[in-house]
Design a protein around this ligand. Structure first.
Ligand code: TMP
Length: 221
């Protein structure tokens, strides 16, 4: 039996981390074999790339869009080769916090052309796609308020996520691109309304995930 890849996407502050923690608890309670990871930074080398990508550099220099996307893909290629593909081959349920669709949404919103996005996707992924992608969909104005509250609570030292500082218009473009991907690939990608309380979001996510797991042959109670 081969495993499955489920990816969780969404704008900053859409509640991915909370929902992924809840999913981990649920899969464990069901006795299902799951592996949880994230991008960027799902491998030891990838963690270094994550830091290079998201932390501001002391020099003040920032990545040009082409260099940035190549680093996201370097992280992904390593993650696929050393963690994702082996775990799927071993029959695991692999859950990844952000994957390919984040590149399409964020780097697309940063101005990387559709042609470059497509060529890099072909180079690194070929025909490989997640079995199911869930986009936690919410208005960025509300989600960024959550991020601001979280950053405030953590103090001034927390400044890792370079895209937190982007404009509201940028985050609206990111959300629009996720919505567009869901329209283009309705069999793979589902939007889940993320503004309601976490219990309802968790129920909605599980309603998408559990049939997918059953179809893949997992015994879901
Ligand atoms: P997060 O893992 O804390 O959500 O932060 C990762 C940040 O990196 C987030 O702002 C989205 C961004 N990102 C991209 O721009 N492109 C990508 O391909 C991925 C995986 C993440």
């Amino acid at each position: 039996m081969t495993g499955v890849l489920i990816t969780i996407e969404g704008v900053e502050g859409s509640g991915k981390s909370t929902q992924i923690r809840r999913l981990a608890t649920r899969l464990e309670a069901c006795g299902l074999p799951a592996v949880f990871s994230k991008e960027p930074g799902g491998t030891a080398l990838g963690k270094e790339l994550r830091f290079l990508l998201l932390a501001p550099h002391g020099s003040g220099e920032s990545w040009c869009p082409e260099a940035e996307i190549l680093l996201f893909y370097a992280d992904r290629a390593q993650h696929l080769a050393t963690l994702i593909r082996p775990a799927i081959a071993a029959g695991k349920i692999v859950v990844v916090d952000r994957f390919e669709d984040s590149t399409r949404a964020y780097q697309g919103a940063s101005g990387v052309s559709e042609d470059t996005l497509r060529r890099l996707r072909e180079l690194v992924l070929g025909d490989f796609r997640p079995d199911l992608t869930l986009v936690l969909d919410m208005e960025p104005e509300a989600s960024l308020r959550r991020v601001a509250a979280r950053n405030g609570a953590l103090g001034e030292t927390f400044r890792e996520t370079r895209f937190d500082g982007e404009t509201l218009a940028f985050h609206r473009r990111v959300r629009g691109r996720f919505q567009e991907i869901a329209r283009q690939e309705p069999d793979r990608v589902r939007l889940v309304a993320a503004e309601s309380d976490p219990d309802r979001v968790e129920t909605a996510l599980w309603a998408e995930i559990s049939p997918q797991l059953r179809r893949a042959g997992f015994r879901v109670p």
